[in-house]
Ligand binder design. Structure first.
Ligand SMILES: [Zn+2]
Ligand SMILES: [Zn+2]
Length: 275
């Protein structure tokens, strides 16, 4: 399972470096929770046939609608409690006060309505002590193993060549990382929510669909392993790794975390992250 491989790579990195940077320590703990939950889940039986999936994908509709995203609410709430514990531990780093999380326990606050609104990208029901942004982050971290489980059951239905849209074919989420294929340099996007990978045009912004080459460019490091795609139209950026240079041993979803300095660089240049 991918999460376990990522955790193992982080363990190795920690051994080598002595201590991980704080951001990676944080993700290390979140990943351990997610992997632990993933181990307890049974692969769901897809509610769609292959033919029905094909019809849906051709209409541009992701395979898992909010109403189809079923999961064990009690296990989710337990996961949310654990994730909240890690957020509290790193509260100084995330910019929240741990008291806010203790006084209004998110696992009591976040009901199915919250998750559906989060899933649809809509505003969450109003809350007092904790900001919507933090609740979104908490849901994102706690829901991930459940979403990945569904994605694993549905990915076989995705015809990559026919999808090529700017959102995830499984959950409709936004991409937050990309890689270039080792063989031919084709660009794949990675879903920020469920880690599904899908093929996408190299010369198009996945955030605003801009295809005007005068407004699209990328920065690259000296070894040309990493790229920072930027769009002048929407001012968003997308980090990427070129597997022709990096080799295929790389864990792409870990690279998304290891490249935090690229995020800082992008912000410094005046570009915005997704969200
Ligand atoms: Zn997704
Ligand atoms: Zn754009």
């Amino acid at each position: 399972m991918t999460l376990e491989r990522i955790i193992q790579k982080l363990d190795e990195l920690e051994k080598k470096e002595g201590k991980l940077p704080e951001l990676l320590q944080f993700y290390h703990k979140i990943l351990q929770i997610q992997a632990g939950v993933g181990d307890q889940l049974e692969k769901p039986i897809p509610g769609l046939t292959r033919d029905a999936s094909m019809v849906r994908l051709r209409q541009g509709k992701p395979l898992l609608e909010a109403s189809e995203f079923t999961f064990d609410l009690i296990l989710f709430q337990n996961t949310l409690r654990e994730v909240t514990g890690v957020f509290s531990e790193f509260s100084h780093f995330i910019g929240i006060t741990p008291e806010a999380l203790i006084e209004s326990p998110p696992e009591k606050l976040v009901s199915r309505d919250f998750i559906e609104a989060w899933y649809a990208g809509e505003d969450l029901p109003p809350t007092e002590a904790i900001s919507q942004d933090i609740i979104r982050e908490l849901i994102h971290a706690a829901v991930k193993p459940f979403l990945m489980d569904h994605a694993g059951a549905l990915i076989g239905f995705v015809e990559q060549e026919t999808w090529r849209r700017s959102y995830c074919p499984i959950c409709g989420g936004t991409p937050d990382f990309a890689y270039l294929e080792p063989e031919n340099g084709a660009r794949w996007l990675l879903c920020s929510r469920c880690d599904t990978e899908w093929l996408f045009q190299r010369l198009q912004c996945p955030y605003c669909q801009n295809q005007d080459q005068n407004n699209l460019s990328f920065y690259s490091d000296d070894d040309e392993v990493y790229r920072l795609y930027v769009c002048e139209k929407c001012k968003r950026y997308l980090k990427a790794i070129d597997l022709r240079k990096a080799g295929s041993e790389v864990e792409v979803s870990l690279e998304r975390l290891l490249t935090y300095e690229l995020d800082a660089q992008a912000r410094e240049y005046g570009y915005l992250a997704i969200g």
